[in-house]
Each structure stands twice: as structure tokens, then as C-alpha cells.
Design a protein around this ligand. Sequence first.
Ligand code: NAP
Length: 466
Amino acid sequence: MSLEQINNLSEFEDLINTSDAYYVLDFYADWCGPCKIMLPIFERLSKMPEVATFKFAKINRDENMEIIQKYGFDIPSIPRFFVVKFNGNGQFDKVNIKGNLGGSQSKTDLIMKLHEIAKEDGVVLPNTSPNYQEPEVISDENLKVAIIGSGPSGLTAGIYTSRANLDTTIYTGTQPGGQLTTTTEIENFPGAWSTETKQGMMGPDLMELVQKQAEHFGAKIKIAEVTGLRVRTENDKPKFDITVNGKDESFDAVIIATGAAARYLGIPDEERFVGKGYHSCATCDGFFYRGKEVAIVGGGDSAMEEANFLTKFADKVYIIHRRDEFRASKIMQERAMKNPKIEIIWDTVITKFHGEESLEKVSLENLKTNETSEMKLDGVFVAIGHIPNSGFVENLLDRDNVGYLIPQYRVAPDQRVSSYGMATKIPGIFVAGDVEDTIYKQAITAAGDGCRAAMDAEKWLEEAHN
Ligand code: NAP
């Protein structure tokens, strides 16, 4: 039971020729925040007797495209875990890929999935219990706070609540580290700046650092998605049951910091192309477009930043924007406009995607002249804003017409039900960050929000439990 590193095609082919074991392969990249968060979980998994039948290996995706292409691993995003079966006879093809376990998830989920794969293959795992549960560290003494979300707001809230001696659990959601893990350099987060290189920090590195800071003070990180939240009363005090992996876990207060998810264009048939030429995250998927022609849709800071980033790989990057001016900040616009690989297509929208297996071309319409045309493209990236991740509480809390949760500071003073600015209408549930921020949406404002929500939660708990 150990974790190996496969460094190149020849080492992979040595395994194909010599090993007859099941392997779980972790495709990662050095710059990828969720990969860094998953690595310790993968390391722990590799030492567990429950899955001793499997061997575990890491493969740096960026350095091993040869393996990926030659053996048909489908990796739309990272980290990505595959179970493969080697036969020791040099024969390895897609049939030997027994399972694609997807990306970020909890150790318990990974164990469950390995059980399923083994069972389908008729393999009996030693010391197995299909109902395996990760042991919980539960403090009886401290009040328990659940923080839902692990971007700047959730992690900052975690630093504050754990330093306040509250038993804190941070549920990461499907994108550990939040949206900053899909961005490149952050130049405007105070303090995250090198006086030597005159550069900011990479988004994933910044989030990894803040997570470590929260863990240092005792916050527990759980890589899991919260799908429900209910309120009940126990001993005359409110209790909050949150649903994770189909089971409920109880807390004394909850901070919702679930952020926002990328908005797609909403044109017919677009879902068919997601991950197959149509993407929402240039930093995650731009790598696949080396030497290709791509377009980015949008006119905000994200579009400018991502267009510049894409020129590292693509030969040509078009920015397709529906108006004749950008809303992006001047400095970001200038960088994009000065980049010789970038061409701007003004007043234009994409009306249709075309392609068999993956995207081949798009239909365009000029909104000023109504002229239509077609354009061959290898990839399209959208950067047209985000939708708040608030669906899981739509029946419990008030949301505005876009879906933003409404904290008390946004409620008219005469209609407020709590004096705590980050409180919702339900005492004990607080909100922070992009899931409620309709205006600023910056990493630093999200972090500030997390601090405010945590301080409000701490004071409210003191009142409610004394
Ligand atoms: P944004 O500022 O809201 O811009 C969205 C862009 O998408 C707009 O240009 C909008 O066009 C366009 N758009 C919206 N719906 C569309 C549709 N259906 N079809 C075509 N185009 C559509 O979003 P963002 O760029 O993601 O930025 C969000 C926030 O994050 C901003 O506050 C921004 O400053 C910040 N941010 C900062 C940095 C940085 O400083 N490093 C980087 C990224 C983001 P219109 O202009 O015509 O409305």
C-alpha cells in the first residue's frame, strides 16, 4: 500500500507489461488547487486496508499528454481519477479502464466507488464494509458551525469561527477552493504580492494557503456537496440539519458561502458541447487548445483575463462581444487589445453550435446589421458572469429574482428581523460572498463578507445559547 508516481510513458508501459494489479490513477497538475486539496485524501486512501486490492499512482497531466492520448483517458477537467486493470501482458486499451471516478470528492465516496467497481468485476475486497464511514471528530463541548463553501468567503469565515473556539466544519462543494481555483494570477488581493517579482499569487495557491490557515486553527475540511438544509428545535434551541451524501449532520449555526457558478449562453443544443469544445473555465481547459483557434464570449474582466491566458496555448483568440464597448476595467481591456493573438468581434452573438463529436463551427449574428455568418472554431469559452449557487435553499430562504440570497443588510431597515447584517430571515443561518453579493464580487470583498458572517454567527450563538 503506497502511492507511486508515474513520470512518463515508458514507466506507464512498464506497468502494462509487468503488473497484473488494479490501479487507481490520479491525473493532476501542479497549478491546480483542487488537485492539491485532493492529494492528501488520495494519499490516505492509498494506505487503507479497506481498499488494499488497489494500488495507487499519480500522473502529472501536463507532462504526460502522451499517456492520455495513446491510451484514451478522457480528462475534461482535473483532478480526475481512473481505475485501470493491468494484465501484465502488455495489452492495455480502453477496456482495461474500469472506471472514471471523476474529480474532487470525499475519501468515503472514493472508497464506495472502488467497492462498486470491485464488485462488478467479481473481486472481493479484504476487511470491507460497504457502509464504511469516515470517523468523525466531534467535540461535545463546543458549539458547532457548518460553513458551506470553500472560496475566500467560506475559508475566511472558517478562520474566524475556529479561532473563536467554535467546532467548525467547512464543506467544500464540488469546486474546493471556489472560483479562484479556476483563475490565474490575482493582482488585487492585499498582501498576496511579491515585492521581488512584482507579481500577485496564483488563485489556487492563494486558496490553498487560506485553507491551511483555517485548518491550523481547527477547521475541518470535508470534500462534499451539501444538498439540503433544514431547521428544527432541540432543547428549545434551533438546530440545523444539513444533508451530505444523503445523510444529515447537525449544527448550531450555518454560514452559506456557496458562491456562484458559470453562466452559459443558453442557446439550443449547447449542453451537448460542454467539455467537447465548449467551456466555462479557460484556466482549467485552455491547455487542450495548443495551436488551435478559439473564441471567448463576454466583455468583462473575466473575458479579458481569460482571453490573455488562452493566448499562451491557442494560435488565435477571438473575443466575441455583444456590444461595441467592453465593461472590463481599462487596464484589463488594454492588455487584451495590445495582445497580437487577440482579435475582437464587436456587436456579435453566437446563435448556434455545430459539430458531430465535438465543436467544429459556430453561427454568428451581428446585432447591429443582422448579418449572419459561420466561423470555424476549435473551442468556445464563456465568460459572461455567474449564477448564485442558492438552489439548495430556495424553499427555505428569501432570494432575489436572479437567485442571490438576501442578508439583512440588504433589507429595508424597518423590515429587518435581525440586527446582524449577514443574517438571513432564519436566526442561525448567515450568508457570505458571491451567493449574496450583487455588486462587488471580488475575492477580497468575499473574504471580508466571510469575516462579517463569522463574527455575526459567533455573537448570535453567544446570545442563543446563554
Ligand atoms: P461581468 O463583469 O458581469 O461581465 C459579463 C460580460 O458578459 C459582460 O460584458 C456582458 O455583456 C456579457 N454577457 C452577459 N450575458 C451575456 C449573454 N447572454 N451573451 C453574451 N454576452 C453576455 O462578469 P465578469 O467578467 O465575470 O466579472 C465579474 C466580477 O468579477 C466583476 O466585478 C469583475 O470586475 C470581477 N473580476 C475581476 C478580475 C480581476 O480584477 N482580476 C477578474 C475577473 C473578474 P454586457 O457588457 O453587454 O452586459
